[in-house]
Design a protein around this ligand. Structure first.
Ligand SMILES: Cc1cc2nc3c(=O)[nH]c(=O)nc-3n(C[C@H](O)[C@H](O)[C@H](O)COP(=O)(O)O)c2cc1C
Length: 207
């Protein structure tokens, strides 16, 4: 199996269930994940999921491993100022990075090349090294500033993948909607997934 090394950054936008489910799927499918999250992400995780993300990386790793259960992958959790983390350098960027959910603030900093924390530095590294950077921006409506930043990042090579669910598969639950979005992210990462039915394919051979 071809394991990928993926940086996952959680920032303080609404949509933490997308980020947490993505983390589970990556680890359960055997990927190596370098996780980093902002202070605002800790607040949103508590608000949206009742999840207390510890400030100390080693505590976070323990808590997340217990929460997710057995998995084949590897989890590394880094502090926001851990400049010794592999993805802080172009010499060790890994295969891809996802910021999910991505705030307008972090998106603006990445668009402006402001690398003042590990999240923005790692994203900057992905862009300069021409590696896949997937941003899952969440806000509504978008201002002209948000839109210009997203266009700038798209031109710089990032994939702008807003968490907009499709309804053509008739989602029955919030989990279905979360899985739809996470499936699209996994597709862009090149990680095999069977979370959501693909258009033009049926789940059962008898259909
Ligand atoms: C419950 C909650 C929901 C939020 N939702 C969003 C959002 O959807 N998009 C956004 O850009 N900011 C949102 N914010 C505001 C950001 O968290 C705030 O701008 C923060 O400074 C972003 O920091 P970060 O980019 O380092 O995570 C939300 C804040 C809270 C507490």
């Amino acid at each position: 199996m071809n394991r990928k090394t993926i940086t996952l950054a959680l920032t303080g936008a609404s949509g933490m269930p997308y980020g947490m489910h993505l983390l589970e799927c990556l680890l359960q499918s055997g990927q190596h994940v370098h996780l980093v999250y902002s202070q605002a992400a800790q607040i949103v995780a508590k608000q949206e999921m009742g999840l207390a993300l510890p400030a100390r990386p080693q505590d976070a790793k323990k808590m997340l491993c217990e929460r997710i259960g057995p998995f084949n992958g590897e989890l590394h959790v880094h502090g926001r100022d851990d400049w010794y983390a592999p993805m802080a350098s172009g010499s060790n960027p890994g295969d891809a990075m996802v910021v999910c959910p991505c705030t307008m603030g972090t998106l603006g900093k990445i668009a402006g090349g402001i690398s003042d924390d590990l999240i923005c530095r790692a994203a900057d590294v992905m862009l300069k090294e021409k590696r896949p950077l997937i941003l899952v921006p969440r806000e509504t409506p978008f201002s002209a500033i948000h839109l210009e930043n997203m266009l700038k990042l798209s031109h710089a090579g990032a994939v702008i993948l807003p968490p907009n669910p499709g309804f053509y598969n008739h989602p029955q639950s919030v989990q279905d909607i979360v899985e739809f979005v996470v499936a699209r992210i996994l597709d862009h990462l090149g990680v095999a997934q069977e979370l959501a039915q693909r258009w033009g394919e049926s789940r059962t051979s008898s259909d």
